[in-house]
Design a protein around this ligand. Structure first.
Ligand code: SGN
Ligand code: CA
Length: 539
């Protein structure tokens, strides 16, 4: 409406200029008398303008936020009232998945709407080729103002955005550096608050101009899960529930599950993950990680004091206690999950700030708000942290959307959707085009709990091996009930799960005659889609 009004105002001014040049005096005075009526009619025309305004997009993506830690999905760990607002006022996707469960690949899929084999970002080390087509460029061409603020991690500068202010590399929790087109500036404060501050300033600055698409990308709750100082004491009064399969022995699965390096008990480091200072009081003697990373590299002296005042006494009693291996593994889980959830409290508060600001600016009605993560995460299931595997916790990602007037409040959808669908959805809702990339627009799902004519399986492919956490390369398919996975490279192993009977994926049923027919048909589907196969990417 505002844009239409501005447009009319400009046309009217041009009209005035023509009157001045070409008309005689008496005609000019007649015009002057008619001026109020003309203004009135012009305003009415503007207000009756039935050309709908282009919708805005606010896309909030956190890093490694497990759906298990969003109360709209399950409230056994934490309450997230602000993220839940999106579900209450919009739609929650129960079955949202990624195509390749790590950071940079997921971000490349978001921008291009294409699988890794087509966008070129197979792993976290490869740079994104910014010359390729993205939905952001399409929106820009259609008159949108576009911005990315926060974590970027694509190893090349953002291309095609009107504005960017991105974290350096993976970003720091405390006093992080932000990079813009002009410079790199360190900002004092906590990363989740700062990222939101910057995004809100950008929103305030640009209101009333072009339609916009804002990508607000949080660093949190990425490893090493450093909470804001004011949240350090949260959850201290209780133990949090431990997943049933925390002490998984991986017995029926392939070597891939046994040979990973992402076990809370075995692979977390004291200084970095568990916030335990090395014994030696002289930091000069600490190993590189202990010294450089214990507080994050950029904490101030004041911040370190508050940090130590919280962790030191807790660590002291842990270090003094005589514990069995099992007790130690459980202690580590509690330390991990509490820090992780404390980071989520900040993320949730800051989602609330964005929603409030959209209200204040009068933008809520015409803005699609999305909350998601670059992938899911293990919160102790199978004894793990991190992601990468095609098992449920990291194949899935949370996805909630609010779009007043176009999504009924309280919708829950069960179709199989993917991060591959974002680009097509944004292209569709803005009316820029129809169809984009390998995904499908989610618009037909907005007011339906399960659309019939929809994809019957999702395809997944993980490539970063050898690499961090030693998760072997694998690909596979997941239907609404079954999952088939093939691990390859230095292994050749198949796994199959019936998710209805075995939701925790504890029993690999690849050899079960009961599933022979369904396994054959899924293998056939993989066979038919040759380009998904193993040789698509070589290190
Ligand atoms: C870092 C972390 C890993 C994590 C990757 C990828 N190690 O390397 O634990 O898997 O990032 O994460 S750390 O010691 O540096 O914390 S991703 O989300 O960017 O893909
Ligand atoms: Ca991530």
């Amino acid at each position: 409406m505002l844009q239409a009004f501005i447009k009319y105002r400009i046309n009217f001014k041009l009209g005035e200029m023509r009157i001045d040049k070409n008309m005689k005096n008496n005609q000019f005075f007649i015009c002057l008398l008619l001026l109020p009526a003309l203004i009135f009619l012009t305003c009415c025309a503007a207000y009756n303008d039935d050309v709908p305004e282009k919708p805005n997009i606010v896309f909030i993506m956190s890093d490694d936020h497990a759906y298990q830690a969003i109360s709209a999905y399950s409230d056994h760990l934490i309450k997230t009232p602000n993220i839940d607002r999106l579900a209450n006022e919009g739609i929650l996707f129960k079955n949202a998945f990624v195509t390749n469960s790590i950071c940079a690949p997921s971000r490349a899929v978001l921008l291009t709407g294409k699988h890794s084999y087509a966008n070129g970002v197979f792993d976290n080390a490869l740079p994104f080729d910014g010359a390729q087509d993205t939905f952001i460029k399409r929106l820009g061409e259609a008159g949108y103002e576009t911005a990315v603020i926060g974590k970027w991690h694509l190893k090349s500068r953002p291309a095609g955005f009107s504005h960017y202010q991105i974290l350096r590399d993976q970003g720091e929790y405390y006093n992080p550096f932000f990079i813009t087109e002009e410079d790199t500036v360190q900002m004092k404060g906590y990363v989740t608050d700062l990222t939101t501050d910057i995004a809100l300033s950008w929103l305030r600055m640009r209101v009333g101009e072009k339609p916009f698409c804002l990508l607000l990308h949080h660093k949190a709750p990425h490893r090493n899960w450093m909470p804001n100082l004011q949240h350090l004491a949260l959850f201290n009064d209780r133990d949090l529930p431990v997943p049933d399969n925390y002490f998984d022995d991986y017995i029926s699965r392939s070597a891939a599950a046994r040979e990973q390096e992402m076990e809370i008990a075995a692979d977390m480091t004291d200084a970095w993950d568990l916030k335990i200072r090395p014994d030696d009081p002289d930091p000069e003697n600490w190993d590189e990680r202990g010294y450089a990373w214990h507080y994050g590299k950029l904490m101030t002296g004041e911040q370190k004091k508050v940090w130590d005042a919280h962790y030191d006494p807790l660590n002291e009693s842990y270090l003094k206690a005589e514990m069995t291996d099992k007790e130690r593994a459980l202690w580590k889980y509690q330390r991990y999950i509490k820090d992780y959830l404390r980071c989520i409290v900040s993320v949730d508060d800051n989602v609330g700030r964005v929603l409030d600001e959209l209200d204040v600016l009068g933008l809520s009605e015409n803005t699609l708000v999305v909350y998601t993560s670059d992938q899911g995460f293990y919160l102790g299931e199978h004894g793990w942290f991190d992601k990468r595997f095609m098992y449920e916790e990291s194949l899935r990602t949370p996805l909630l959307m609010r779009f007043p007037g176009r999504i009924e409040p309280g919708m829950v959808n069960e179709n199989l959707v993917q991060n591959l669908d974002f680009a097509a959805t944004f292209i569709d809702i803005t009316g820029v085009d129809e169809g984009y990339g390998h995904g499908s627009s989610l618009m037909p799902l907005f007011n339906d709990s399960k659309v019939k004519d929809w994809r019957e399986y999702v395809y997944y492919h993980y490539y970063e091996y050898p690499g961090a956490h030693s998760v072997k390369r694998h690909y596979g398919l997941r239907t609404d009930r079954y999952k088939l996975i093939h691990f390859y490279n230095d292994i050749d192993a198949w796994e199959f799960y019936d998710l209805e009977e075995d939701p925790g994926e504890m029993k690999n049923s690849i050899g079960s005659p009961r599933y022979r027919v369904i396994i054959d048909s899924l293998q056939q589907l993989l066979e038919n889609d040759k380009f998904y196969q193993e040789d698509t990417f070589q290190f």
